[in-house]
Design a protein around this ligand. Structure first.
Ligand SMILES: Cc1cc2nc3c(=O)[nH]c(=O)nc-3n(C[C@H](O)[C@H](O)[C@H](O)COP(=O)(O)OP(=O)(O)OC[C@H]3O[C@@H](n4cnc5c(N)ncnc54)[C@H](O)[C@@H]3O)c2cc1C
Length: 325
């Protein structure tokens, strides 16, 4: 690890003012410290935002606001989230380990970097870590890689479980730019596809802070499921994951939300399948048809064709679990 200056600003204004172009914010440190140790992140200044940002959760008429410094565990066991946004709790609890969730913040979770092995091994080519060096995974070890939305420059997947739930629930990310001005970014526009600039994971302006996440009120609280398939039962990132939420009236689906992790450079919404489900009867045949529709555009790489059937089954099962929740 290289030496750096450590600063602990008392509020967001001071944090934004103090940050230099080569500085990095640190919250829980569960991702940044790994990147520092491997010389993948080499900031000359580290700004600890644990005092500078909100760690409160506020239930409002239009939805819920979760401060960027709320720890993942705190969010997962918050009574308002458990009652009205249980998908968020289920997704957080499917990720990492209790110790990591105790440290990890909501803001940091959104900005954690891919777990693609080529990104973490500095002896291998990776356009995301070293732009222009190539993508080792494209024709290499791509078992964990993307199956949709990728480019020849990058096949890495977004690793967060929480973000899959936030994508399904149409969350908004509230950010404060370098001048302190607040603006909201729709979750669907926050993470980006790799295209020819995979080094940019998201649309957060340079130097900006995430100040909170807002989830609009919805009618999906009764029927939600988060299904994560991984190599080990805990402490592993998703091969594929599915967040499913249903609004049900009698046995009819009023509205559906479906999103996945482990499939693309950003949390992926299955919009055609959602549209197909709306207005249909909630039953196994309809769920199977929705899953088939979702996977029809998938283009797996050489070593991850297994994800197609896995995903199809996971979507069917998640919808069934959501119905029975
Ligand atoms: C062994 C292991 C297993 C894991 N398994 C999973 C898993 O299964 N599922 C899953 O979802 N996650 C998993 N994680 C990832 C973990 O959830 C993230 O590391 C964590 O959420 C990041 O939060 P943090 O507060 O520690 O971020 P930090 O490490 O502090 O920061 C991460 C990044 O965000 C930036 N940052 C932090 N806060 C802000 C802010 N408010 N505004 C602007 N920039 C900010 C930092 O500069 C840094 O670039 C795992 C991590 C480990 C180490």
């Amino acid at each position: 690890m290289r030496p750096f200056e450590y600063i602990k600003p008392k509020d967001s204004k001071e944090a934004l003012r103090s940050k230099t172009p080569t500085g990095a914010y640190i919250a829980g440190g569960t991702n940044l410290v790994d990147l520092l140790k491997k010389n993948i992140a080499v900031p000359h200044q580290v700004l600890d935002v644990t005092q500078a940002l909100s760690d409160s959760i506020a239930l409002k008429r239009g939805g819920i606001e979760i401060g960027a410094m709320v720890r993942n565990t705190t969010a997962a066991i918050n009574p308002a989230i458990l009652e009205q946004f249980p998908l968020v709790s289920k997704a957080i609890l499917a990720g990492a380990s209790p110790q990591i969730r105790n440290m990890a913040s909501i803001g940091g979770n959104l900005l954690q970097r891919t777990r693609c092995p080529y990104f973490y091994d500095t002896s291998l080519p990776c356009n995301k870590r070293a732009p222009g060096s190539g993508c080792g995974a494209y024709d290499g070890e791509n078992r964990m890689s993307a199956v949709i939305g990728y480019s020849a420059d990058c096949v890495a997947v977004h690793p967060s479980d929480l973000c899959v739930a936030l994508a399904a629930l149409d969350a908004t990310v509230v950010v404060q730019d370098a001048k302190g001005k607040k603006k909201s970014i729709l979750f669907k526009d926050f993470h980006r596809l790799p295209e020819s600039t995979p080094q940019q994971d998201n649309t957060l302006p340079e130097g900006a802070l995430i100040s909170e996440v807002h989830i609009p009120k919805n009618a999906f609280h009764k029927h939600t499921a988060y299904l994560k398939i991984r190599d080990r039962d805990s402490y592993a990132f998703a091969l594929v994951s599915v967040a499913a939420a249903l609004q049900i009236d009698g046995n009819r689906i009023v509205a559906a939300r479906l999103a996945s992790g482990g499939v693309a450079h950003k949390p992926w919404r299955w919009l055609a399948a959602e549209q197909f489900l709306a207005g249909k009867e909630a039953n196994a045949t309809v769920f199977a048809e929705a899953a088939a529709l979702a996977v029809q555009d998938i283009q797996p790489l050489a070593r991850n064709a297994f994800k197609v059937d896995m995903l199809k089954g996971a979507i069917e099962t998640a919808l069934q679990e959501a119905l029975q929740a």
